[in-house]
Design a binder for this molecule. Sequence first.
Ligand SMILES: [Zn+2]
Length: 262
Amino acid sequence: MADRTCPFQRGRAAEQNRVDPRAPAHAVRLLVQQEGREAPRALYEAFDAYNAEYFAGELKQSLILMTTPASPRAEGDYVAQDVHGIPSRIRIAPRCEQHGLLYLQDVLLHEIVHAWQAELLDDLESGYKGHGPKFCRKANEIGAKLGLGPVAPKGRGGLPRPDSWPSNVRPPGYYGAQLPAPGGRRRNARTRADGADGGPISIVSDPLLEGLGEVDRQLVAVLAKATGRPPGALIGAWAREHAQALASASPAIAALVAGIEA
Ligand SMILES: [Zn+2]
């Protein structure tokens, strides 16, 4: 009895029989090919394609799981190593599947950029919650190949934010008619309105909206739809109101406004 070996001798087993940390990812991938549904199969295939096309094949196999991320509001997340010791784990919220494969693939592409940060730069840019200058540089490099406009950290310079890239820079309708307007990655709940037709709000491409953050653009779109006025007309009316309010408090602004309206 006393000599009974402990079945869980930590360390020793690990030395004798060291497991390839990527083995779980490869095993899940094989299982998905064999038993998985179409969506996860497509994601593993997309991983290969993106790795070859945008990362020179330098990324090792990530573990890709369609399961709820740590934050239930997020559509995806990435960790360089999970609690089990599994490296490069990508989770994609199952609800994303309702928007179609193109949407799922875009969420995956976003998370793969995080994998690239971790594996090749060893810098997840935590000061920027993952979406700093390095993330943006890579996203914009890929975006240029895809014909997408650039993003900037924290939306600097009036550019779209990287948090929702690339869905927030896809052209309207890219995901299909039944899908949300581009831009719903982290703010998915706000891409749908209680409009009479129940359909998604299309973010009108109005030059006056350029420079607005994604949330503001969507709020303007809600109001534009509710009032039946184009976003530019709404913004013009607000600017006039605001200018008049400021003019009543500042003679300098009053003079400027009077000059414009004359
Ligand atoms: Zn991210």
